[in-house]
Design a protein around this ligand. Structure first.
Ligand SMILES: [Zn+2]
Length: 679
């Protein structure tokens, strides 16, 4: 059914293409990649004196469902910062927010002045008097982040309407990744944006509480008027520039098949260009807007962007747009590390030796969001893990491939001075596990990943959106093998690009491509907040005893009473009976390998399905056990306590234990770094 829908609207796209009366200009060779059912033509003028944007929007919206739409719903994100009564400020993320410390220029708003709808038959209706704010998530009457336009006549299935919106928005001082600091503007989530009318005939248009992205694909044609001489970067490519003769210049940008539009403008940025070329992938023109104090990081930004385009493109699917813009954000602009279609922000410091991998880490991550978020248009309000988790997994895999040598680095003096510990090699961060979240009070137990992202409790959002799904995918790769898992990922990417997959859609691809029913895996990791923890219990080796007591012999019952010494040393060839107990401390069940090494170097490997609470292995061998390791390859990266996975005979212990402790620390650090640094 979805396949059918897509073809139908792909055809509709071609229809737009050859029908000039629709008003939008398209590239003559443009073949629709997406359903293109939300197309925006916008004109916005920025007044830097009062930081007010005046905009007019013409939205062409097609109802691609089989149900009539009784209303239209729009996101007005800036109203999250309208006042301290918004749901954003009441959310768990900001419950410690002190509005007394909020500066006057940090408040913002987004107001719709008028809205008119034109139906396909030419009827025009003024919707302005009916406009009303709704609060589908929390009922907070003071929240104005979702605007509803009730319709006297629904938009019928398959029909197209044109909505003309006049609006005004006050840009906040840089906050939550949008806004202005001085003359540096990073303008995201800035225009009245229509929600997603779902296949079941209901709107997905959450309030802006904790998560933000979910929109239909379409074409954007946006003219931005800013002071003459300012550098502009935006989603898409510049089509024209017009000096208005009044100190302002209008920059017109155009992009097809995206679900959002972002722009930046400032008088400072230096512009550089380079090109990504790879024999098996389409070329991409890269445009970099650099802050003057970061010019020395130019090549590192380009190289990291190349790494993402190359590895994501090879493993999952090609980047289709042919161009990408990288923005190095201004200091304290709070716009670093953020993704938007065909444009993203990196972030680094003036002092950043190559070993810091900054801007590399954040650049790979945000460029990577072009794939997980941009091309795969999952619902970030509800399933943030489908972009952040996929991207955490993919970033670490790419970093491992592109920057295999990692050493420990730290920043001191309010993160200003970087120090490189070049003698401390870090394991590739992809081997990082859930080991930092151990213990009875593990945060991993707070919410299941299946809890909708905007409803996740304190500390759970980050873990369930980034770390846990990253480890879930990494563990799945280990379980299925890279060859199969790469097919899973590329099949999922190909099948769901420019669409809105839900978690079950990904699970279905996993089952289909792997040929296995992996429900047992997702039931535990996605639908429950069970944790995994396998640990070695007691390990004992003792000499095999000669028989003693009342024994049946050829000549009848004989009583053998050997001395303690005789019992142990009775045999010419000494044998040892060894017993190993392994435990499952967590509720989670996962098959693990148990590797037993004996003092003579020989090994035994057991495959434990891991279902029982404990199991036992016995060996009779000519040497004692020296070492036991559960999951020696660390396949189950979700194990919350990896230190109890190994047991080492006392005499061999000090050295090995020290080694484990150091590794453990590094894993924890690298996971926490990802969590705190990226978005
Ligand atoms: Zn991210």
């Amino acid at each position: 059914m979805l396949q059918y829908k897509f073809s139908k609207w792909a055809l509709m796209g071609v229809f737009f293409l050859i029908t000039p009366s629709f008003g939008q200009e398209f590239d003559p060779i443009s073949v629709p990649l997406s359903p293109r059912n939300a197309n925006y033509t916008m004109d916005v003028k920025l007044n830097p004196d009062n930081k007010i944007m005046t905009g007019s929007t013409t939205l062409e919206w097609v109802n691609i469902t089989e149900h009539g739409a009784p209303d239209l719903r729009f996101h007005l994100y800036y109203n999250a910062w309208r006042n301290n009564k918004s749901s954003f400020f009441k959310s768990v993320r900001y419950d410690s927010f002190n509005s007394a410390r909020y500066r006057d220029d940090e408040w913002a708003y987004s107001d719709v002045k008028s809205m008119r709808i034109t139906y396909e038959d030419g009827r025009e209706v003024d919707l302005t008097p009916q406009l009303t704010f709704i609060q589908p998530d929390d009922g907070n009457p003071d929240d104005r982040t979702v605007l509803q336009a009730p319709l006297a006549e629904p938009v019928e299935s398959g029909s197209k309407v044109t909505v003309a919106i006049e609006w005004e928005a006050k840009v906040p001082r840089a906050f939550a990744r949008t806004g202005a600091i001085g003359d540096y503007y990073f303008v995201a989530q800035w225009f009245p944006k229509i929600g997603v009318f779902e296949a079941n005939g209901t709107w997905k248009s959450h309030q802006f509480i904790q998560t933000e992205f979910y929109a239909d694909y379409g074409n954007y044609d946006v003219s931005m008027t800013v002071p003459t001489g300012w550098v502009v970067g935006a989603t898409g490519q510049e089509r024209s520039q017009q000096d208005n003769g009044d100190g302002t210049t209008t920059h017109r940008y155009h992009q097809e098949d995206v679900h959002d539009f972002v722009w930046t403008a400032n008088p400072y940025a230096q512009v550089y260009t380079a090109r990504f070329e790879d024999p098996s992938l389409p070329s991409v023109d890269m445009r970099l807007l650099l802050m003057p104090d970061h010019l020395h990081h130019k090549d590192r930004y380009f190289e990291a962007t190349r790494a993402a385009l190359k590895y994501y493109g090879t493993w999952f699917g090609a980047y289709p747009y042919g161009h990408i813009t990288v923005v190095d954000p201004a200091y304290q602009s709070r716009s670093g590390g953020m993704e938007y279609p065909t444009m993203f922000t990196g972030g680094t410091r003036w002092l950043s030796p190559p070993e810091m991998l900054s801007p590399e880490g954040v650049t790979v991550h945000e460029a990577g969001h072009q794939f997980w978020y941009g091309i795969i248009g999952n619902d970030e309000f509800e399933d943030a893990w489908m972009d952040e988790g996929f991207n955490t997994y993919s970033t670490t895999r790419t970093m491992e491939a592109a920057y295999p040598e990692r050493v420990l680095t730290k920043r001191y003096f309010e993160r200003f001075i970087p120090v490189v510990f070049s003698s401390v090699k870090r394991g590739a961060s992809r081997t990082a596990g859930a080991d930092g979240f151990g213990g009875f009070y593990s945060n991993l137990k707070r919410d299941a990943m299946a809890t909708q992202s905007w409803q996740q409790g304190p500390n759970a959002y980050g873990l369930n959106s980034y770390t846990k799904p990253g480890l879930m995918l990494r563990t799945l790769e280990n379980y299925l093998g890279w060859e199969t898992f790469q097919k899973v990922m590329s099949t999922y990417f190909d099948r769901w690009k420019f669409k809105h997959p839900r978690p079950r859609d990904f699970f279905a691809v996993v089952n289909e491509v792997s040929g296995q029913d992996m429900s047992w895996y997702f039931d535990q990791i996605y639908f429950s907040s069970n944790v995994f923890d396998y640990g070695v219990g007691s390990v004992k080796s003792k000499a095999v005893e000669k028989p003693k007591g009342y024994l049946e012999k050829d000549d009848g019952l004989v009583f053998e009473n050997l001395s303690k010494k005789d019992t142990k040393d009775g045999d010419d060839k000494k044998q040892f009976l060894s017993t190993v107990f392994v435990n499952r401390w967590g509720e989670g069940v996962f098959p693990v390998e148990v590797q037993i090494t004996f003092t003579d170097g020989s090994q035994a490997t057991e495959q434990w399905l891991g279902r029982e609470r404990w199991t036992r292995y016995d060996y009779t061998r000519s040497s004692r056990i020296e070492r036991v390791v559960i999951d020696p390859d660390h396949k189950l990266t979700l194990d919350i306590n990896y230190t109890n996975n190994s047991w080492i005979k006392e005499s061999a212990a000090p050295l090995a234990a020290g080694k484990w402790a150091a590794k453990w620390m590094i894993w924890v650090q690298s996971v926490m770094e990802y969590l705190s640094f990226f978005a």
